[in-house]
Design a protein around this ligand. Structure first.
Ligand code: UDP
Ligand code: MG
Length: 322
């Protein structure tokens, strides 16, 4: 049977969760009645995840194991899985059963019935997560909505179904560290949602300590905006105006003789140089920002369809990349 559905799951030290994951995922996929593969990406685990995967593979032919050489992090492991996946539809799912596999059938049915390219798993209830996790996640998505754009959903993580054109587009991105939950909605493919209840991690501990969450936020922030660079420009402009008025008051003080000799020249020189430096730093930032955007080389647009195309399905995705 040709592969209709690929299920990509990045795994980092998930040995304990693995058996539960396989036991719940397999009946769901077997019951779909379509050709499928499970792409398990081992992200440099050191707890025997790979050997257990290879054991499971012995009587589950559809299980593929992609082993990475070292731990590269969730998003990069996902990238490896998307590249390996061959299905017409690809679902990405966590291995800890926080994303219920039963929803996959619903996602696929919805995508097919409504001709959607992306179906997001939207967390209707996050009460299984800790207060700290919910608060920091809330802050992360608020920041991302302000920086990246209003399309960022605070309830959609990396549990989603994508069609082949979407996956091909993602595989083509020359970007080094894409944050998929921000990049996918920004592409503008036709999308829908399926609500689910986020469960408890079935076994083991979270593989997303605070350091990795901060890293993800920084990738998201810098991946979508040069705004942090622009801070220097604004700071420079404000300081420049403030310094000008201080210079005027300093000169006036000198004129009225309220100063000790030598004070005015030093005062003016320090203020002027400080302001000029910040403005120059800001200008430099503007150029670095533009160079950065150019090296990212994201497609400027994606054509959904073109009535001039005779067989749109057989054509590669058209993109506006320079
Ligand atoms: N993961 C990974 N590499 C990492 C960290 C996490 O592949 O460096 C995987 C992990 O095995 C899991 C998924 O990413 O399948 C989500 O991680 P986790 O459940 O620990 O994150 P949380 O749900 O706590 O945010
Ligand atoms: Mg989890």
């Amino acid at each position: 049977m040709p592969v209709t559905l690929s299920v990509v799951s990045p795994m980092y030290d998930e040995r304990e969760a693995l058996d539960h994951f396989a036991a719940r995922l397999r009946p769901v996929l077997d019951g779909l009645g379509v050709g499928y593969e499970v792409v398990a990406v081992d992200d440099g685990s050191t707890d025997g995840t790979v050997s257990r995967l290879l054991e499971l593979r012995a009587d589950w032919a559809q299980l593929r194991v992609v082993k990475l050489r070292r731990n590269v992090g969730h998003q990069a492991a996902l990238a490896a899985g998307l590249r390996a996946a061959s299905g017409a539809y690809v679902v990405s799912i966590d291995a800890d059963l926080q994303d219920p596999p039963e929803v996959i059938g619903e996602m696929l049915a919805k995508a097919r019935a409504e001709h959607l390219d992306v179906v997001y798993g939207v967390r209707g209830d996050r009460s299984a997560d800790t207060v700290f996790k919910r608060r920091t996640a809330g802050l992360f998505y608020w920041l991302m909505r302000r920086m990246a754009g209003p399309w960022v959903s605070s309830q959609a993580g990396d549990f989603r179904l994508m069609s082949r054109p979407v996956v091909d587009t993602l595989n083509d991105l020359p970007e080094q560290r894409p944050v998929y939950r921000l990049v996918v909605p920004s592409l503008g493919f036709a999308s829908g949602e399926v609500t689910y209840v986020r469960g408890e991690r079935v076994a083991g501990a979270t593989k997303y300590p605070l350091g990795k969450m901060v890293g993800l936020s920084l990738d998201g922030l810098t991946g979508f905006s040069a705004a942090p660079l622009r801070v220097a420009t604004w700071l420079g402009m404000v300081t420049f105006v403030v310094c000008l008025s201080l210079i005027v008051s300093g000169l006036a003080a000198w004129g009225f003789g309220f100063t000790v000799p030598g004070w005015t020249s030093l005062y003016v020189a320090i203020l002027l140089l400080g302001a000029v430096q910040l403005v120059c730093l800001g200008m430099l930032g503007e150029y670095v920002g533009r160079i950065y955007a150019a090296t990212q080389n994201r497609p400027r647009f994606l054509v959904a369809f073109d009535t001039g195309d005779e067989a749109p399905a057989s054509r590669p995705v058209t993109s506006g990349r320079a």
